[in-house]
Design a protein around this ligand. Structure first.
Ligand code: AMP
Length: 396
């Protein structure tokens, strides 16, 4: 796997695809600079070696070139995070960029305007990618958040850099960390798959059944399994058309020697509201007008025990409606169990959408081994797909 460690950037221009798709406040200020910070190590390394950086990114989903999506808003923040001045050019192709790139001195950083001002970017247009390719001697992809898209700047552009392309440090570490679970995970390996729907997690579950020893199924999606097994789940979330699939998964897991753990008790309520009165009930005996919105204490203990025995842990999807404090206890208990296991030496990966938000919200970020930065991209990796942005670097 070719990373920036394999190149000498001295006197070279690095064309770096970063993911600066950061949230902006109404006044154009960056409200969360995590993604900029995540790209900083790669940029610093190029600069340290005496190279220069041409940064390209998208921001939001502009329909044309609306000013609110201009990357010029984030220039002060990028400069602050990197600790160096950042020049900006109000286009990403054309003569203005050509001039700015030509003038770029070793040790400097240039940020191009939003790539998605051109529809050719998301169309994966070859001619557009060829124009972008003029801006660097070496292409670096460090945008994990868009690595699952075959866009011009994430995938197609790499064709113009045979032998002169590599992964940035962030993208390389995302790949390494997912491989620590899927490829080289130390047994026992446990996956905690939660969240709302079976349908959105089915491909992941199928893919990891060959890898894991334990599969914990929590959250809303667990009720489809419990109902399929003959349980009464009241008004809990269910996908009736996925019951057969749930049974097939359980059968496949059994055949592959994977132990599946479903919730045994649930915190139930009659209204989807934080203030609505609650009580505990067995997950397979929920009264008619009630719904399960969180894992109960017995389930928390059961899941924690499995996690405690594990050497490798994947956490994908909350086990309750963690956004409402009343129903966050189960997810917090999972985070605590993962933190304890990590402390005694287990490897833990938190990846894909809402489990990442829950870990951040409850301040467990520093207590797990790795928190993925890419929602959709991580989900596709866990589904076993080869991401186009990764394949483009690997193919020479
Ligand atoms: P996903 O994006 O599929 O990972 O689903 C995450 C969402 O699942 C979160 O917004 C949770 O509130 C929701 N969720 C978790 N458990 C339940 C549940 N028991 N009932 C309804 N929604 C749930």
């Amino acid at each position: 796997m070719s990373t920036i460690k394999d190149f000498n950037f001295s006197g070279k221009k690095a064309l770096i695809r970063v993911d600066f798709n950061v949230p902006l406040e109404g006044n154009g200020m960056v409200s969360d600079n995590t993604r900029i910070e995540a790209a900083a190590p790669t940029i610093h390394e190029v600069l340290r070696q005496g190279g220069s950086c041409v940064l390209m990114s998208h921001l939001g989903r502009p329909k044309s070139n609306e000013a609110e999506y201009s990357l010029k808003h984030i220039v002060p923040e990028v400069s602050k995070v990197l600790g160096v001045p950042v020049a900006f050019v109000s286009d990403c192709i054309g003569p203005e960029v050509e001039h700015a790139v030509k003038e770029l001195q070793p040790g400097s950083v240039l940020l191009l305007e939003n790539l998605r001002y051109y529809p050719e970017e998301t169309q994966g247009d070859r001619a557009f990618a060829g124009q972008l390719a003029q801006w660097g001697d070496i292409y670096i992809n460090d945008a994990f958040g868009t690595a699952h898209r075959a866009h011009a700047s994430t995938t197609i552009v790499a064709d113009f850099f045979p032998k002169n392309k590599c992964f940035g440090l962030l993208l390389a570490s995302e790949i390494e960390n997912v491989n620590k679970v899927l490829r080289d995970g130390k047994a026992p390996i446990t996956a905690i798959i939660g969240g709302a729907k079976v349908s959105s997690k089915i491909t992941i579950i199928k893919n990891i059944l060959d890898t894991v020893d334990h599969l914990i199924i929590g959250g809303g999606m667990a009720f489809t399994f419990v109902k399929a097994l003959g349980g009464s789940i009241g008004e809990s979330l269910v996908e009736d058309d996925k019951q057969q699939l749930a049974l097939e998964i359980l059968a496949e897991a059994k055949q592959k020697g994977v132990l599946v753990h479903l919730p045994i008790d649930s915190c139930i309520t009659q209204e989807f509201s934080n203030e609505s009165p609650t009580k505990m009930a067995p997950t397979d005996a929920i009264p008619e007008t009630w719904m399960g919105l969180d894992a109960g204490p017995k389930t928390q203990a059961l899941f924690a025990e499995v996690i405690q025995q594990s050497e490798t842990i994947l956490f994908n999807g909350p086990v309750g409606v963690f956004e409402l404090p009343t129903f966050a206890k189960g997810t917090v208990a999972i985070c605590e169990a993962i933190a304890r296991a990590t402390q005694r030496g287990a490897f833990s990966l938190v990846g894909g959408g809402d489990s990442v938000s829950s870990v951040k919200q409850f301040h467990f970020e520093q207590k797990v081994s790795y928190v993925s930065t890419g929602g959709g991209a991580m989900l596709e990796m866990l589904e076993g797909k080869t991401l186009p942005g990764i394949a483009a670097i690997l193919n020479d």
